[in-house]
Design a protein around this ligand. Structure first.
Ligand SMILES: *[C@@H]1O[C@H](CO)[C@@H](O)[C@H](O)[C@H]1NC(C)=O
Ligand SMILES: *[C@@H]1O[C@H](CO)[C@@H](O)[C@H](O)[C@H]1NC(C)=O
Ligand SMILES: *[C@@H]1O[C@H](CO)[C@@H](O)[C@H](O)[C@H]1NC(C)=O
Ligand SMILES: *[C@@H]1O[C@H](CO)[C@@H](O)[C@H](O)[C@H]1NC(C)=O
Length: 555
């Protein structure tokens, strides 16, 4: 508009104006014209700047469209033994998709600009902990970040290759800190395979807080369920908003499921970052035995020892929930869990499982090194240290922990031989990543910093400064779900904090079920409420809910 006015004016000036035909009439006139041109220039500049600010980055290709080139993979299909196969709600011919392509991974984070965030600082004596997401400063360096991230993403990465795609200075003490922050874009397409009894509830809380504060969309279980219909193999229509098409793009998927890559890839964008966490199978078995004492496999046994000694002989693999009793990690990752160490194909099965996990996941964390895991995760996702702060959630009171004898330990390893192999492998790759991508010394420094921040946070947020037994939790809404013979601890908020800090602190200690519920309500109350209702009615009428005969998850 401004341009056409200008050209019109110039045309008038050169053709129509007699003054212009004669050249510049007088000195006075030419100064006047120069002044007008000057004013117009400024107007154009303002207009262009305004346009640039309003400019939205062009839409990325639809995530699901990027998954067309699927390659058949025998891995998962070959492993789907057991009775679950019979009830699997998904198509048998499902294929495992190829590695996620990252070439178009121009930060989707840009869709969630950070400017609007209030920055909350927790006042703890002289120190301040910034609980808010990255400040608005990030927005100012956007053009540069964008360019860098574009260029970096050309060096495409596969899940098994690297944790972090940023160029990391070898000398981490060099003054490159500010530069470092501009060389990667925080990831906001994230898949977390939530494994059982592995501190995964704490990670869930981290993801929930991160996503909630940035208005990211979660791939939540249908109809307010707490899990994605575990222990069934995952199917894309388990996610609210998929069948109804009421959600255009999902950012984070992190609820319990039995993993199936091809189905997850139907929901999540192609550049999604996949990660999970493993725990030492021995302490895991001890934990599971207490927590899932009521499953048929454990019901009649006196102790873990007696189970490992004799009872396993009567262990029936096809009874519901008995999968918790053996190689539950392998089960969660989608593999057949009833595998004997002395079977002829044991080594092959272990190798195939490890290769598949390595192919499908960018990062595997280790519970025993939780703080180090958070640092690795922080680097891989290009998040800040504040983003990976947490309080331990869903953890057991010490009174229900049992010490294990060396004999029992060995028996557990043999009984869970597949999990043991997987654990050993990914414990090794974990430390390899620490060394190759961060360095042991730098890791120590960052872990120290994380623990300092964590201590300050506990001091600010918590009344007792630590977890307490459920009987001592004052706010019923913050009481964690209790199950089995374990006592799951929770927290009390410090009563002497202002409302804003309280709200932030509350999110850190909100138990999984309550938080999932709240996110669901938030996500589906506003924009999609009416659409969802209509979709549900339509689904009921066409009988396509697909959830008939679903077992209730063990909760
Ligand atoms: C998140 O969404 C809510 C509701 O639509 C809106 O009020 C808020 O400003 C958004 N926050 C950010 C950071 O985008
Ligand atoms: C295992 O349980 C299934 C289903 O309950 C039953 O049909 C089968 O006979 C059981 N097998 C053994 C060996 O007890
Ligand atoms: C451990 O196993 C060894 C050999 O099987 C046995 O001699 C020993 O008594 C066992 N110890 C305990 C505490 O059960
Ligand atoms: C895991 O790796 C660390 C570092 O290499 C090692 O110290 C630890 O013993 C490993 N854990 C197991 C169970 O092998």
């Amino acid at each position: 508009m401004m341009f056409s006015l200008l050209t019109k004016w110039i045309r008038d000036l050169s053709v129509g104006s007699s003054c212009a035909r004669r050249g510049l009439c007088s000195r006075h006139h030419s100064l006047w014209i120069l002044f007008i041109i000057f004013v117009i220039c400024i107007a154009i500049q303002t207009f262009v700047a305004h346009q640039a600010r309003n400019y939205k980055f062009p839409g990325q290709p639809h995530p699901r469209a990027a998954n067309k080139d699927q390659q058949p993979s025998a891995v998962h299909d070959a492993w789907e033994g057991g009775h679950w196969q019979k009830e699997r709600p998904v198509d048998k011919s499902a294929k495992t998709s190829d590695l996620p392509e990252t070439s178009q991974a121009l930060s989707h984070h840009l869709h969630h600009p950070n400017q609007g965030f209030e920055s909350l600082s927790l006042q703890t004596g002289m120190d301040r902990i910034n609980l808010a997401p990255r400040s608005g400063v990030a927005a100012e360096v956007l053009p540069r970040k964008r360019f860098l991230s574009k260029r970096r993403n050309k060096a495409s990465r596969g899940p098994s290759s690297s944790v972090s795609t940023r160029e990391r200075p070898t000398n981490t003490l060099s003054p490159t800190k500010s530069f470092k922050d501009t060389t990667c874009q925080p990831k906001s397409h994230i898949f977390f395979l939530k494994t059982h009894k592995t501190a995964s509830s704490t990670i869930l809380n981290i993801l929930y807080r991160y996503g909630e504060s940035r208005n990211l969309t979660f791939a939540l279980p249908l109809n307010k369920h707490s899990q994605l219909f575990y222990p069934h193999f995952f199917a894309s229509h388990f996610v609210e908003g998929v069948s109804s098409r009421s959600v255009k793009e999902f950012n984070i998927m992190c609820n319990h499921m039995r993993f199936r890559k091809s189905e997850v890839a139907k929901v999540m964008p192609a550049d999604t970052f996949y990660f999970s966490i493993l725990r030492h199978p021995v302490s895991m078995m001890e934990s599971i035995f207490t927590y899932y004492k009521s499953i048929p496999a454990f019901q009649k046994t006196r102790s873990l020892d007696s189970f490992l000694e004799n009872s396993w002989r009567s262990y029936n693999t096809s009874i519901t929930n008995n999968h918790y009793a053996r190689n539950v990690l392998a089960f969660d990752f989608g593999f057949e869990n009833n595998v004997n160490e002395d079977a002829v194909d044991f080594r092959d099965r272990a190798r195939v499982a490890i290769a598949a996990i390595q192919r499908d996941f960018h990062l595997i964390l280790i519970s025993e090194y939780f703080d180090e895991s958070m640092i690795l995760l922080k680097h891989a996702l290009c998040w800040s240290l504040e983003d990976v702060l947490s309080f331990k959630l869903n953890s057991r009171s010490k009174q229900t922990r049992h010490a294990l004898s060396p004999n029992t330990t060995e028996k557990i390893k043999r009984w869970n031989a597949l999990d043991w192999r997987i654990y050993l492998h990914f414990n090794a790759t974990f430390w390899h990543k620490v060394e190759s991508q961060i360095g042991k010394e730098q890791m120590k420094r960052e872990v120290l910093k994380l623990r300092q921040l964590q201590a300050k946070l506990s001091h600010t947020c918590l009344k007792e400064g630590e977890a307490v037994d459920p009987a001592h939790i004052k706010d019923a809404g913050l009481k964690p779900f209790q199950y089995g013979a374990a006592v799951i601890q929770g927290y009390n908020l410090n009563p002497d904090i202002d409302e804003l800090t309280k709200t932030k602190c509350q999110k850190f200690i909100t138990p999984e079920l309550q938080y999932t519920n709240r996110l669901y309500t938030q996500q589906f109350s506003e924009l999609t409420k009416n659409k969802k209702k209509a979709a549900r009615i339509a689904a009921i009428h066409s009988g396509k809910t697909g959830m008939k005969g679903t077992r209730k998850p063990l909760w």
